[in-house]
Design a protein around this ligand. Structure first.
Ligand SMILES: [Zn+2]
Length: 262
């Protein structure tokens, strides 16, 4: 196998989801052939297992993150199984985990979400794999939970995926040494420009979060890892660096944080 064939890594995607049942292998092979690798994140037990299985179908370039998404309470009692999956060498991150108050306004569910999130933080520490955090309309509580569990955070504790917080939230998360992933939204929604200018390039990773949030110029199509190049182009433009620098830096950030050998 030629070394260094992976040039870009989609740091957060879901090609194990059913939207790809018809052409998954073809699509992944196409992405890998053009030098695009990916980390498939689980959202519940099944999609976590599927992400791990998928990683074994390819020699290099396809990794998994395992966890229970805050809006999947049906699997909140499956953490023991997630813990077993987490030790797999192809599992490079713990998540998606975190808090989502956009979809769940109920106090008891929010309390439960926090408890499950804390379990993921401890798991991340136990297996020494960074957190993949989903946070929607819950930044104050997410930061509170992270601060309260600071001793369990790794030196490079992980990513806030699809970051939609404020500059102040970003500042606090940077103080904890977190990184951030941005996706297709930055190709067409200019309200992220100031945030992207604020966060150092060394703390930014790129993702598609496929099948969701397709970037320009592919709007209207199903999203997929190959479309990550548009997000890198948008990032380069906002950061006023070359596409090559943006691409290389995002790659280094991803391999460094998730300990990937490519
Ligand atoms: Zn996701």
């Amino acid at each position: 196998m030629e070394g260094n064939r992976i040039k870009i890594i989609d740091a957060h995607t879901h090609v194990q989801f059913e939207q790809y049942d018809k052409d998954r292998d073809e699509m992944i092979a196409g992405a890998l052939a053009s030098g695009i690798g990916m980390i498939n994140a689980g959202a519940d037990l099944k999609s976590s297992k599927d992400a791990v299985d998928l990683s074994y179908k390819y020699e290099n370039g396809v990794w998994a993150a395992v966890g229970i998404h805050p809006t999947e309470p049906k699997d909140f009692d499956k953490l023991e199984e997630i813990k077993k999956l987490a030790t797999d060498p192809n599992v490079v991150g713990i998540g998606e985990c975190g808090l989502d108050y956009f979809r769940d306004k109920d106090f008891d569910i929010q309390k439960k979400q926090k408890e499950i999130f804390e379990n993921h933080i401890r798991l991340s520490n136990n297996v020494k794999k960074p957190l993949v955090i989903h946070c929607r309309e819950a930044f104050v509580d997410t930061i509170d939970v992270l601060m309260a569990n600071k001793n369990d955070l790794l030196p490079e504790p992980g990513i806030l995926h699809f970051f939609t917080g404020t500059i102040e939230n970003a500042r606090q998360l940077l103080n904890l040494n977190f990184s951030f992933t941005f996706g297709g939204l930055i190709t067409f929604n200019r309200s992220f420009d100031d945030m992207l200018k604020f966060i150092p390039l060394e703390k930014i990773l790129v993702e598609t979060d496929a099948p969701f949030v397709t970037p320009v110029p592919y709007r209207g199509k199903r999203n997929e890892p190959a479309f990550i190049t548009s997000t890198i182009e948008a990032l380069a433009k906002i950061k006023e660096v070359s596409v090559e620098i943006a691409s290389k830096t995002a790659l280094n950030n991803t391999t460094g944080l998730f300990n990937l050998s490519i």
